[in-house]
Design a protein around this ligand. Sequence first.
Ligand code: HEM
Length: 415
Amino acid sequence: MESAADPQDGVTIATLAPRPDHVPADRVIDFNLHQPVPDGKSVHEFWRELIADATHDIMWTPHNGGHWICVDPDLCETVLEDSVRFSSRVVIVPRDPIGETYANFIPLSLDPPVHGPYRKVLNDNLGPKQIARIKDAVRDLTVELIEGFHSAGRCNFVHDFAEQLPVRIFMRLVALPEEDLPKLKYLADQFTRPDGTIEFPEVEANFRNYIGPIIDARRGGSGDDLITRMVSAEVNGQPLSDADAQNLCIQTLVGGLDTVVNLLAFVFSFLAINPDQRRILASDPAKIDEAMNEFLRRFPVVSDSREVRHDLDFGGVTMKHRDMVMASTVPIAMSEKSNVDALDFQIDRKARRHSIFGRGAHTCPGAHLGRLELKAVLSEWLARIPDFRLPEGESLTYTSGIVATVDPFNLEWDV
Ligand code: HEM
C-alpha cells in the first residue's frame, strides 16, 4: 500500500487499491488524476501521454480508489450518455470520501428520468434568453477589471482577472455578497482539486450552513436572482423541498465558481506564449468566434466519472456493479482519432470534435454563460491589450484534478 502522505500522490486521500480479480493485468496503468502535473508538461500533454501509453481503449488505475479510465473518445462519450448502464450518482474519484459527499448534490447525481424535472429548473434560468440579459454587465465588468490594471503594465492573470470576472458575475446572478467569495471559492475548489486542508463532511457542512438561511430568507420572495428563482420553482408540481433546494444551489455554486476561471487561464496562458495566434485575433476580431470554437476544443478541463449500475461487459472488459469509470472530456478532444494534430491550435480547423461541456442529459447548463464570458473577455482584452507576454523567467505550471487548471501566472505588456 502506498503511503498516504507520499507527496507524489498530490493529496493525502489517494491510496493504491489492489487490482480486483475481474481487472486483467494488461489493463493496469499508473495514472493519478490528482497527481501534480510533472514540471514542464501541460495538463493536456499529461493526458496525451496516458493516451499514448494505454495499450487498450479502457484501462484501470489503482489510484484514487481504483477505477477504469476510458481513453478512446467513443467510449468516453458512450459512458457519459448512457445512464442506463452508467449512473451519475457518483461522478468524482476517489469515491470515498469526495465522490460520496458530492453525490448529495443535484441534479448531477440524479439519473434520468428523475433528473429531468430538476434539470428543467436550471434550463429555465440559465438558458440563452436569461443569459443574454446580463451581456452588458459582463462586458462592463470585463472592461472595468482591465482598466484597473492596464496602466500598470502587468497583472496576475488568475488572481486579478480570471478569478474575478466569472465569479463576480456569478455572485451577482445568485445575489450573494462579493465578500463571501473567497470562502465559497475555497469550498468549491475542494471538490475539484482538493488540497487536503479540510475534511469533506466539513466542506459540505460549511456549504449547508451558509446556503440554508439564504434559502429560507428567499423562498417565495420576489427577487429576480438565480437562488430565489430556483428555490421558488416547482418540481413535479411540488415546491422544492429544503433539502433539494440546498442540494441544487450547492451544485450550481460549485459549477459556477470553478470552470470559466480555469478555461480563461488556459486561453490566456496560451495566447501569452503564442504571439502569432494572438496577433491574428488582435488584428482581426472577426476571427474571435471561430477561435472560440478552437479554444473550446483545445482546452477541455473536466474529468468526471460514472458508477457502473450492474455487472456488464464494455470495451472488452467485464465491469462490476459500483465500479467507477472515468469518462473525461480531455481524451475526447485530445485523441488523434477525434482531431488530427490534436495539440495544435488551428483557428481554421475543418472539423472539430470535443465535448468540453459534457454529453447527454447532464450537458452543462452553464455553457451559454461560459461562452458569453469567453467572448467578452477575448474581445475587450485584445482591443485594449493586444500584445502581452509572460514575464522573463516565468514558466507555466498546471494542476490536474476533476477540473484542471493553470496555476496563477503573471502577464506583462508595454504601456
Ligand atoms: C467553461 C465553463 C464550463 C465548463 C467547461 C463546464 C463543464 C461541464 C461539464 C463537462 C458538465 C457535465 C458533467 C458530467 O456529465 O459529469 C457540466 C455540468 C454542470 N455544469 Fe458546467 N461547465 C462550465 C460552466 C458552468 C457554469 C458557469 C455553471 C453555473 C452557472 C455550471 C453549472 C453546471 C451544473 C449545475 C452541471 C450539472 C448539470 C446536470 O447534472 O444536469 N457550469 N459542466
